[in-house]
Design a protein around this ligand. Structure first.
Ligand code: F6R
Length: 612
């Protein structure tokens, strides 16, 4: 998705202006996925705009982003929605007189009618984007009032849809005007400067003092001033909303690793340790358990990887509490939320806290009277804000597009919740709960061992199977969500078609595809009953010529017909996400590297999906 940055600093506070900081912040936003980049800055009495299709470093070098000597600048990475990726469609966009330059994330639903209206009035458009209506609207309103804030407010009132806007103007040369509706936007507070960005990670090098904006909020920043209004136009005391984020610069940089994805896989033990420390300290689990105890029905909803963590939770809860949790994919919320009624509980899992599908499910569930428990990695993001309680994972910023450390952190937070819930319902004894919680304490160590043991094998196996056209990842019971997550990683990062399903399903159709050397990965939980069942499924595949790969703990299933054994640390049978996931993450990573693809920026994908 697109990224926004804007910085306004005291003149002469930096010898060469803010352009280098803008470029650095844009590079921090790269991970969100983009096709074009651009900047606009106030220089003297004019706005200088430079933008083009391509990678930030190349475009910035070619067009000289850093040579713009400006103290008030905005920048953008575009991920095309309206209009193809092109130089003209890249942001910022300006009005006819070049008085205003705007960057935008989101989609303006009524852009076509606004464009017609403006063109009839003589405005000339230079792009195919929905965004360009905004600077022209501001220009139009400004001609009447000569007040930039008023014109900007009128313009945002005229557009319908989702947006995060940042705008500069020659008429207020040290101000950046901003507005937010449905797309994330934050303000960063500095000494002698202030900034806006679509993402906390973009600001991490500048400041940790952040205001997370809410829908309808708008205003402007200057180097020494912040003006903030709510959707009704009333002033908001922004001081009440300042938070200090704990992320460090190392968290948001590669720290010597060739890719963020690898760094984030390797960081899992630390992420799990921090998540554990966090959930033990705050009261969110207790509050969430209270909601679950009162609930008639329990649902869990999410998208992609977060859905797999949610499914793990659902299976775990049926094992520990004998309670049926209804999992549903967030984008299908319209169908599933029909069955939600007053007093039900919905657990919404989202690392970013901004995924539109999940947010829609949360909103609909709340409308129907459900209470919502969010599980998120991003403090103050939309889903936590709209939920009754939030269990925060503390995985640190995840820059790689593929979710890795946030998955295991979510699984851990949900495991903790499931155990406490089971204890509160009396389905497990205090001693059993203590035992299960002690097991959870081992997850950082287990994951570290799993990474150490499987990394070299993943690297070698990637070479062998990189050419495969299709892969199955099979498991049973509590291992199925882990298999699903593994298949998603292989698909999105390794660009190999991969399908996961409960192994017992093979004979109901999928086995028809299996031929000589067809790779089938078995996620074998450390559970004798499941091992026994999977043994038969492995045999079934082997006898059709499949290349059978087993991910299993040492000394498990020595009689299984496996061509390749990937040994993981021995652990409690419920801890599959922590023992078995790292191998699949590493395998996908090395397949991508082997094929020459960038694992941090898989094609067609964006990190935070704020459209339906
Ligand atoms: C896959 C991946 C996506 C996300 C999904 C939900 O590696 O990253 O499938 O898991 O887009 O995102 P969040 O968790 O931010 O709601």
């Amino acid at each position: 998705m697109c990224g926004i940055i804007g910085i306004t600093a005291m003149p002469h506070s930096l010898p060469r202006g803010v352009a280098s900081l803008i470029v650095k912040a844009l590079l921090r936003l790269e991970y969100r996925g983009y096709d074009s980049a651009g900047v606009a800055g106030i220089v003297g009495n004019a706005i200088v705009v430079r933008k083009a299709r391509g990678k930030i470093e190349e475009v910035s070098r070619r067009l000289g982003f850093k040579e713009i000597r400006s103290y008030c600048m905005i920048g953008h990475t575009r991920w095309a929605t309206h209009g193809i990726p092109s130089d003209n469609n890249a942001h910022p966009h300006t009005d006819c007189r070049n008085w205003f330059a705007v960057v935008h994330n989101g989609i303006l639903e009524n852009h076509a009618e606004l464009r017609r209206f403006l063109e009839e009035k003589g405005h000339v458009f230079r792009s195919d984007t929905d965004t360009e209506v905004l600077p022209h609207l501001v220009e139009d309103f400004f001609l009447k009032s000569e007040d930039v804030m008023e014109a900007f407010k009128k313009a945002i009132d005229a557009v319908r849809g989702s947006y995060a806007f940042a705008m500069i103007s020659v008429h207020e040369p040290d101000r950046i005007f901003y507005a937010k509706n449905k797309n994330p936007l934050v303000i960063g507070l500095g000494n002698g400067f202030n900034a806006v960005a679509s993402d906390i990670a973009a600001l991490i090098e500048l400041t940790r003092r952040i205001i997370v904006l809410r829908d309808g909020w708008h205003g402007y920043i200057s180097p020494r001033e912040i003006k903030l209004y709510n959707g009704r136009g009333e002033p908001v005391d922004w001081r009440k909303y300042v938070i200090t984020v704990e992320w460090s610069i190392e968290d948001a940089s590669k720290s010597g690793y060739p890719h963020y994805m690898l760094k984030e896989i390797m960081e899992q033990p630390v992420a799990l340790h921090n998540t554990l420390a966090g959930i033990k300290k705050d009261k969110a689990i207790d509050k969430a358990v209270d909601i679950l105890l009162d609930a008639e029905k329990i649902y869990v909803t999410a998208a992609g990887t977060s859905y797999h963590a949610g499914l793990y939770y659902a299976l775990l809860t049926s094992i520990l509490s004998g309670t049926l949790v209804h999992p549903f994919i967030a984008s299908e919320y319209e169908l599933y939320t029909k069955t939600i009624s007053e007093g039900d509980a919905v657990i919404a899992v989202s690392q970013s806290g901004e995924t539109m599908d999940t947010l829609n499910a949360v909103r609909e569930a709340k409308k129907r009277g459900a209470r919502v428990i969010a599980v998120s990695n991003i403090i103050e993001s939309s889903i936590p804000r709209e939920s009754n309680v939030t269990i925060y994972t503390r995985a640190g910023p995840e820059i790689g597009v593929a979710a890795t450390k946030t998955f295991t952190s979510q699984a851990l937070a949900l495991y903790w919740l499931s155990v406490h819930h089971a204890l509160a319902t009396g389905k497990i004894t205090r001693a059993e709960a203590s035992n299960l919680l002690r097991e959870a304490e081992k997850t950082p160590g287990l994951t570290r061992k799993a990474i150490e043991k499987t990394k070299p094998i993943a690297e070698r196996l990637a070479e062998k199977i990189s050419g495969a056209r299709s892969i199955y990842v099979l498991s049973r019971g509590i291992g199925v969500p882990v298999a699903m997550e593994g298949a998603l990683k292989v698909k999105e990062i390794g660009y190999i078609h991969a399908e996961a399903y409960p192994a017992g399903e093979s004979k109901h159709g999928p086995i028809a595809l299996v031929e000589e050397e067809f790779p089938v990965v078995f996620i074998v939980p450390n559970d004798p009953r499941l091992v026994d069942l999977l043994k038969g499924n492995i045999e079934e595949m082997k006898s059709r010529g499949a290349l059978t790969i087993g991910v299993l703990s040492t000394n498990t299933c020595s009689e299984c017909k496996l061509d390749i054994r990937i040994e993981t640390p021995t652990a409690n049978k419920l801890l599959v996400p922590f023992t078995h996931t790292p191998f699949m993450q590493l395998l996908s990573y090395y397949i991508a590297v082997n094929k020459g693809y960038d694992p941090d920026k898989p094609r067609n994908l964006a990190k935070t999906v704020t459209v339906e």
